[in-house]
Design a binder for this molecule. Structure first.
Ligand SMILES: [Fe+2]
Ligand SMILES: [Fe+2]
Length: 169
């Protein structure tokens, strides 16, 4: 059996120099991870989605219109490829890199793991007062979660709705 991937070194790494507030910080990253677990299907590489949760926003330089933070996050992955990310296959690393690179610029890739990353992030929009728009989600499951308001205004999850959606798929 594959050993469980230990995220703690990654969490420590991204938390160490974080100076911005909670909007794009650890609270957000934890919820993106949680959302990613809810979006997982058999086609989704959950290890990549969990890594994306903690690595996609940590190169932000402000909480506003920083359109290049995804590119900076992606390029920074090259610095930790042989250390913190040494366990990833090239395919996993490539998906993680592309998900970080494109999470602010691309709606959908058709690659289930990358699209789950995008939707995990978008499902946390209620924290800034927006409802996720089903039309703008990347995955079918993400669109259903958005349509049925799985994420409440306080970013908590309505698990009974999740169950109903999953049972009907
Ligand atoms: Fe972002
Ligand atoms: Fe984010």
């Amino acid at each position: 059996m594959e050993k469980a991937f230990d995220l703690q070194p990654i969490v420590d790494y991204v938390s160490k120099d974080w100076i911005l507030g909670p909007v794009h910080g650890i609270e957000h990253w934890k919820r993106v991870e949680r959302n990613g677990l809810l979006l997982a299907t058999e086609k989704v590489n959950i290890k990549v989605v969990r890594l994306f949760a903690y690595l996609h926003d940590h190169k932000r330089i402000n909480d506003g219109w920083d359109l290049e933070h995804g590119q900076r996050a992606a390029e920074n992955l090259d610095n930790i490829r042989r250390t913190l990310l040494a366990d990833l296959t090239d395919d996993e690393f490539g998906m993680l890199r592309r998900a970080c690179m494109e999470h602010t610029t691309t709606q959908r890739t058709g690659i289930p793991t990358i699209d789950a990353c995008f939707d995990a992030d978008r499902l946390d929009l209620p924290r800034v007062g927006y409802r996720p728009d089903p039309i703008r989600m990347a995955s079918e499951l993400g669109a259903l979660y958005a349509k049925h308001n799985v994420v409440a205004n306080d970013c908590s999850i309505c698990y009974d709705i999740v169950e109903r959606i999953k049972n009907n798929m």
